[in-house]
Design a protein around this ligand. Structure first.
Ligand SMILES: C[S@@+](CC[C@H](N)C(=O)[O-])C[C@H]1O[C@@H](n2cnc3c(N)ncnc32)[C@H](O)[C@@H]1O
Length: 257
């Protein structure tokens, strides 16, 4: 079934224009009012796709944690070496308080920009983001031919992620961005990672990209592959919804959540 992008907003914190998602003041104001919002879907929908790539000893960096409970859920599944960052000081303060109140004091929460990661090289086993990279695309223009500024920002982010990952580390990106738009960026020659993806969700499908550092094949083009997982929807279902998906933007995602 196709989703209707004109669906009513489910909350009153959505901005009047998607460009606000690029403004840290928007996020501060939003997080001052909002206690919990899970972009796309919560952990239960994609746990089976990501947990297998982490160990209890893994050091994990989450980019743009907002007020999501992804880090709580990972912690409860035994992944305790977590660091969360967000550009919003309000999100960071509230996240720190919430995690302390739950007794999850090992989780580090820092105010930081994912375009300028304040970490040394090769210090994380896993970097994960959900809906954070999508923010960089709100002013990208034509998704088939994004503006050079968008491509530059995405490259900066990916270069930082690649740098902080350990030699066999993995970057997990959870997004509504389809492979024909994301893979050319993930697959840039400067990166040593392989690129795979799977999908989850009913009706509207989301993507989990797995970028495994050091595992790029010697043929460096056309690296990306879909991984079929049991019990998840197949890619051709998305193609039926292609017309809708190609027009989808991050602000519409708030209506679909
Ligand atoms: C769409 S929300 C996703 C929040 C959360 N990951 C989730 O799944 O619900 C984007 C988040 O990224 C944060 N953000 C935006 N730009 C950022 C940047 N350059 N560096 C770090 N965080 C950023 C925002 O403050 C916001 O919390």
């Amino acid at each position: 079934m196709k989703m209707d992008p004109t669906l009513e907003r489910t909350n009153d914190v959505a901005p009047s224009t998607a460009l606000a998602y690029l403004d840290p003041r928007y996020w501060d104001e939003r997080f001052a009012q909002e206690e919990h919002y899970e972009w796309f879907k919560d952990y239960s929908h994609f746990r089976h796709l990501i947990l297998q790539h982490m160990k209890p000893s893994s050091s994990v960096l989450e980019l743009g944690c907002g007020n999501s409970q992804l880090c709580d859920n990972l912690y409860e599944d035994g992944i305790t070496g977590l660091t969360c960052i967000d550009l919003s000081a309000v999100a960071v303060e509230k996240m720190k308080k919430r995690l302390l109140s739950k007794g999850y004091e090992e989780i580090e929460v820092l105010e930081a920009d994912m375009l300028d990661l304040p970490f040394s090289d090769e210090c994380f086993d896993v970097v994960i983001e959900k809906g954070t990279m999508d923010v960089l695309f709100v002013d990208s223009g034509d998704p088939w031919n994004p503006q050079p500024e968008t491509v530059n920002k995405v490259n900066r982010m990916l270069q930082g992620v690649h740098r902080v990952l350990k030699p066999n580390g993995i970057f997990i990106s959870i997004t509504f961005g389809q492979p024909h738009f994301r893979c050319p960026l993930f697959d840039a020659r400067e990166f040593s990672w392989s690129v795979e993806w799977s999908t989850f969700g009913d009706g509207f499908h989301y993507f989990v990209y797995l970028l495994k550092k050091g595992q790029r094949s010697s043929d460096s083009s056309g690296n990306a592959q879909k991984v079929d997982m049991p019990s998840i929807s197949l890619f051709h279902d998305e193609l039926e919804d292609e017309d809708y998906i190609f027009r989808t933007n991050i602000d519409e995602m708030e209506c679909l959540n």
